[in-house]
Structure formats: structure tokens, C-alpha cells
Design a protein around this ligand. Structure first.
Ligand SMILES: Cc1ncc(C[n+]2csc(CCOP(=O)(O)OP(=O)(O)O)c2C)c(N)n1
Ligand code: SF4
Ligand SMILES: [Mg+2]
Length: 363
């Protein structure tokens, strides 16, 4: 006799009921204070860099998922820094997978739990099953195995923590490295003054358009409640879900350590990272419209990886951001349209608040 597979339904955090919230001068709520779970399945004691965005994402995702969770992690910083011999920050089962196999390994876990529960060999309920893969893994080396898992609709959450580079091997370019983002494989120089010439791969849209039966969303570490709620929605969705999360890399991007969460807001407010949710039932996108629209320089100038940009590169970036505003149904204000003109810019390293020119990534 087949046993019934009982699944968790995790309640969502109330985004409007944040106690003690305070608005800044732009009306942004700076202090998210929801009733967070006390449990920390990703505990203190790991070895990531100070200010590491992926570590913040890991902590909030696992807080949202809770104790009845199994996690996989393909090779990358978040495997290497979290699995020193005989030491681990996880209080839930965790497994390392080869960089290309995050999708296939997680499919196997999902199918295995489902089969064991049906046969009465595991009492259930069906645990929260998730994988957190870097952008190198999820958008490049392991994209095939994740796409296969989404297509077959295994009941699991597939997350890309996106630090826009192959960080663990020394900050090399990846398909999600932004235009003009300097990496060790895209140095700027006389021949290629912008460093990276290519725009980033639109991974989340590929996943949503290519797997229309899946729940797909984007988020950033700048919006903790959004990140945790999308984690829970992805886990509650019966079938495969994909979450693409922007996670700054302090070492690779060269910024002040305390600015990780602020960058997660500014990348959205400058139009460079649209935050949205794709609902597979309606087959529709729901876009977040930030209350503030900034010039891209408010974001770029905080990071050494962009310090070499010339006026024409900054203007190209603003043009791309303005296209994004239109794509999510927002008006482009006059002052942002004007900034498409290179004549309105100076070299980025001469901007106010600019970080010093990158002396070599991670130096
Ligand atoms: C097939 C294969 N190619 C290359 C490597 C070397 N490698 C180990 S970690 C890593 C970087 C992974 O980048 P990403 O997935 O973005 O994670 P991050 O290091 O940025 O956290 C690479 C290329 C590997 N382990 N396996
Ligand atoms: S190199 Fe970047 S992603 Fe890796 S641990 Fe350091 S801050 Fe985190
Ligand atoms: Mg990466």
C-alpha cells in the first residue's frame, strides 16, 4: 500500500507588520524587524570573508526553511568556506556536490524522499529540499542539470546565489558578471578599457521562460523579508522552484564591508536588478517597483571593480538600466534619461564616494 506524502506549508512573514520600522529620507524602510525564527540552521562559525553576501543569503534562507531541511551545495566559496575538516556551520543535513551536479543531486534527493515515504520506509513529512549553487555553477557549468531538474518538476527549491563571478578560484568572469565588471579574467587596459564587454546572462528569465510550470523569482540580500518569503513560497510550491538572489562579494567587488545589504538595495534602486516573481498558475510576472530611482553611479561608485569606467561606459550602463525600468513598467525620469549622454559623466573614479581604483581583485 502506498503511503501518503505529507508536505509542509510554511507561513509567510508579514511584510507590512514590521515592528519598529523607520523610514529614511527617501521613504525606504531601513529596519526590517519581522518575528524571525530563533533557530539558525546556518550557525555562526563559518570561514567566509567579513561582509560576504552569500553567507547572509545562506543564513536567511535556512532560517526561513527551518530545521526539517536538507541542503546541497555545489563546489564554490560556500562549499569551501563552510566545510573545513571536522567543522561545519550547518545544524541540518548538508551535502557537497560536484559543481555541475547541483540539479541532478537534488533531483535524486527529492525522488528518494518521495519514494521512501510512499513505501513506508521514511515516516515523513516530506522535508524542505533545497540547493544553493553559485552563479558559475547555476548559470554556466551546472545549468544543464538544474534545467533538467526544473523540467522534470522535482519538488525542491533550486537557488542561485549570485556574486557575479567565479569567486572561490580567484574572482574570474562568469556569465552573470556585469558589463564593465572587472575580474581577473577581464582586466581593463588599452585594448579593452571597459574590462568586461558582455552584458550578463539573464538567468532567471531563462529559467522562467524555459520552465513555465515552475515558480521562479529574483531577490537580493537587501530585502530580507522578500528573500525569506520567496524561499518559503518556493518550498511551499509543489514541484520545482528557482530563486535567483543577488549576493555581493566583498573580496571580489572591493567595497566597504558594511555595505553588503545597502548594495542589495541600490542595485534595485538603480534599475540594474529587477526584482520579480513569476506565478506559474497565472503564467504572469509580478514586478517590484522600488520607491526610489537612482542614477547608476550611486551603485557603481561604491565598488572598486567599476572604478576604471570611462564616461561612455557609465552612459552605456545607464542606458541599460533605463531599458530595465521600461521593461518592468516604470517611467524613466528625465534626469535618468539625460544620463544616457556620456557628456554628463566623468571617470567613475572621480565620482563622489568612489572607492579607490582596484589594485588587483582582492588585494
Ligand atoms: C568541473 C569543474 N570545473 C572547475 C572547478 C573549479 N572550481 C571550484 S570552485 C569554482 C568557482 C565556482 O564559482 P561559483 O559557482 O560562482 O561559486 P563561488 O565560488 O562564486 O561561490 C571553480 C571554477 C570545479 N570544481 N569543477
Ligand atoms: S570571496 Fe566573496 S563569496 Fe567568497 S567568501 Fe569571500 S566575500 Fe564570500
Ligand atoms: Mg559566484
Amino acid at each position: 500500500m502506498a503511503h501518503e506524502v505529507i508536505r509542509h506549508q510554511l507561513p509567510l512573514f508579514d511584510e507590512d507588520g514590521r515592528a519598529g520600522a523607520t523610514d529614511d529620507e527617501h521613504g525606504r524602510d531601513l529596519y526590517y524587524l519581522p518575528d524571525l525564527p530563533e533557530e539558525d540552521p546556518y550557525a555562526a562559525g563559518h570561514r567566509t570573508c567579513a561582509g560576504c553576501g552569500p553567507a547572509i543569503q545562506y543564513r536567511w534562507v535556512l532560517k526561513a526553511a527551518g530545521q526539517d531541511t536538507v541542503v546541497a551545495g555545489p563546489t564554490g566559496c560556500m562549499y569551501v568556506a563552510n566545510s573545513t575538516y571536522l567543522c561545519t556551520p550547518y545544524t541540518v543535513p548538508w551535502a557537497h556536490t560536484p559543481i555541475a551536479s547541483g540539479g541532478s543531486f537534488t533531483s535524486g534527493m527529492a525522488a528518494g524522499y518521495e519514494a521512501m515515504i510512499r513505501k513506508g520506509r521514511y515516516p515523513g513529512p516530506y522535508p524542505n529540499i533545497l540547493v544553493m549553487a553559485g552563479d558559475g555553477s547555476a548559470s554556466d557549468i551546472g545549468i544543464g542539470s538544474i534545467s533538467g531538474a526544473l523540467y522534470r518538476n522535482h519538488d525542491a527549491l533550486f537557488i542561485c546565489y549570485d556574486n557575479e563571478c567565479y569567486a572561490n578560484t580567484g574572482i574570474q568572469v562568469s556569465p552573470t558578471t556585469p558589463y564593465a565588471g572587472m575580474t581577473t579574467f577581464t582586466p581593463f587596459g588599452k585594448a579593452i578599457p571597459e574590462g568586461n564587454k558582455l552584458p550578463p546572462k539573464n538567468l532567471a528569465k531563462m529559467m522562467a521562460e524555459g520552465h513555465p510550470h515552475c515558480y521562479v523569482a529574483t531577490t537580493t540580500v537587501g530585502y530580507p523579508v522578500d528573500l525569506m518569503n520567496k524561499t518559503r513560497k518556493g518550498l511551499n510550491h509543489v514541484g520545482a522552484a528557482f530563486l535567483h538572489c543577488y549576493t555581493p562579494c566583498q573580496k571580489g567587488w572591493v567595497y566597504q564591508t558594511s555595505m553588503t545589504v545597502e548594495l542589495g538595495r541600490r542595485v534595485v534602486e538603480s534599475g540594474l536588478w529587477p526584482v520579480w516573481e513569476y506565478d506559474p498558475a497565472e503564467r504572469e510576472y509580478h514586478y517590484f517597483h522600488p520607491p526610489v530611482q537612482r542614477p547608476v553611479t550611486d551603485y557603481l561608485a561604491l565598488q572598486g571593480r567599476f572604478g576604471h569606467m570611462l564616461p561612455e561606459h557609465v552612459a552605456t550602463m545607464q542606458t541599460g538600466a533605463n531599458r530595465n525600468w521600461e521593461a518592468i513598467g516604470m517611467e524613466v525620469p528625465r534626469h535618468l534619461r539625460d544620463l544616457e549622454d556620456p557628456g554628463r559623466h566623468q571617470r567613475l573614479k572621480d565620482e563622489n564616494y568612489s572607492m579607490p581604483l582596484n589594485r588587483g581583485v582582492g588585494a
